[in-house]
Write a protein of this length. Structure first.
Length: 460
């Protein structure tokens, strides 16, 4: 009985010890004295980048079993095409043997010992050959098999099918849009920031890659259409920047520093539109969908003083007769609200709007609001701001779709905007809210709790 207990304890401790290893030998202790197998068996997808060089892959052969002190040898060989065909028929697979010139591997005998119970063998794949192979309905593989061992070979782990997927290496911007760079006349004259250029994270980078950058003016219009804005190209004398991003060996990203100088800028909104133009290693292509990067730059005048609003200064084309009168916008109480019309249809090219009439002309402005306190279904999603000197002829100042709050009783403060011409009237047009569009196809509405306005006549 004692001998049985000792024997059980021995196997239990051995099982715990083997469980701490990464070679999974404990899976076979109860069945075999010694057993050989591939650590990674079955179909093994391998991403291989076509960089003009071979791809090396390390495949591990393990030894398991109860007699861990024993030495075992096993051969690793490539399956022949007839053997592979039999495997396909028996296992309902569609593997196709890679041609001899697509890889480099010779049959090897691996010796496994107590000190070295696992060994790595190297397989060389040739992406430049594989990428040119004819398209097939099956899957190209390098089928490897364990054979000729005096010890057992695990039947479920005796095959490894290396299935290469050849990728063209790319260079790209990790982000398509940088954070807004915002200057005021009171800030330091220069602001510096950096952005990155990258290559795929799973690519083993052995090279120093120089990625060239260019300005692409067509991106300005693309930015304006995407964000409903009216930004201009950032003048070349308003920034300094290296036109090359360098990615060092072993790294996946390279940084470029940009310094923007506002001293040559007029008040306004600008875009720095960049595109990748090429890479010093010709095998790398520019990733089409991530080949451009834009940085919005705003140079705004100082924050103007608040102009207190009263009910006589605000009006709307879309007052709702049953709730939310316009004076609630300026009563200082966020528990009341203005609600645009919902009981009848109001169609206007300006949507539903609020007009502000000022006593004196200004040329810089800012506005802020709070969404309705108890319901967010009327929170604005698209606002266009207009200015006018006579209340009849309107000039678009800005188009806002980004950063507008969509929750109940949330605050929004706009940028500071400036105009070349002085104005005395402001129209805040809501074109879309959380409830829908305000046009001939949809008759949605908007609601706000409070509205504040800031403005002055600024002379630089």
């Amino acid at each position: 009985m004692k001998n049985k207990i000792k024997l059980f304890t021995f196997f239990l401790m051995a099982g715990v010890a083997f469980n701490a290893c990464e070679d999974y030998r404990d899976q076979f202790l109860d069945k075999y004295d010694t057993i050989n197998y591939f650590k990674d068996s079955g179909e093994i997808p391998i991403i291989a980048y076509n960089v003009g060089e071979d791809t090396k892959y390390q495949l591990t052969v393990n030894k398991g079993g109860s007699e861990i002190e024993s030495e075992s040898s096993v051969q690793v060989t490539t399956m022949t095409e007839p053997v592979l065909q039999i495997y396909n028929e028996e296992n309902y697979t569609d593997y196709v043997l890679l041609p001899d010139n697509a890889y480099q591997f010779d049959t090897q005998t691996v010796t496994l010992t107590e000190e070295y119970p696992w060994q790595e063998i190297e397989v060389v794949l040739k992406p430049d050959v594989i990428i040119g192979l004819d398209e097939i309905s099956g899957t190209y593989v390098l089928p490897l098999e364990l054979i000729n061992s005096e010890d057992s070979i695990n039947s479920e782990k005796r095959y490894s099918f290396l299935a290469p997927k050849i990728m063209t290496p790319t260079v790209f911007f990790p982000e398509s849009l940088g954070e807004d760079v915002i200057f005021t006349a009171e800030d330091e004259p220069q602001i510096s920031f950096s952005f990155s250029v990258a290559i795929p994270s799973d690519l083993d980078n052995k090279w120093e890659l120089d990625c060239s950058l260019e300005i692409d003016e067509t991106l300005v219009e693309q930015y304006n259409q995407t964000y409903g804005a009216n930004y201009a190209l950032l003048p070349s004398d308003a920034y300094t920047m290296e036109n090359v991003a360098t990615i060092l060996p072993g790294e996946q990203e390279g940084e470029v520093e940009v310094t923007i100088d506002r001293t040559s800028l007029l008040f306004g909104n600008y875009v720095l539109p960049l595109k990748l133009a090429g890479c010093s290693k010709p095998e790398f292509e520019i990733e089409e969908e991530r080949g451009s990067f834009m940085v919005p730059v705003s140079y705004t005048p100082p924050v103007p003083s608040e102009i207190p609003l009263n009910a006589d200064m605000v009006s709307s084309n879309a007052d709702e007769p049953y709730e939310g009168p316009i004076e609630n916008l300026v009563d200082g109480d966020t528990q009341t609200y203005f609600h645009s019309v919902w009981s009848i249809d109001v169609f206007s090219p300006y949507g539903h709007y609020i007009d502000i009439e000022l006593e004196e002309e200004i040329n810089i402005m800012q506005f802020a609001y709070v969404t309705r306190h108890n319901n967010a279904n009327g929170a604005p999603k698209h606002i266009i701001v207009y200015t006018s000197s006579d209340g009849q002829n309107w000039n678009q100042l800005t188009d806002i779709t980004r950063g507008l709050p969509q929750g109940a009783e949330e605050s929004y403060t706009s940028l500071v905007y400036s105009t070349e011409e002085n104005f005395r009237y402001v129209r805040i047009s809501v074109m879309e809210s959380a409830g829908g569009m305000m046009n001939e196809q949809e008759s949605a509405f908007f609601a706000l709790s409070e509205l504040q306005f800031f403005g002055e006549l600024f002379v630089e």
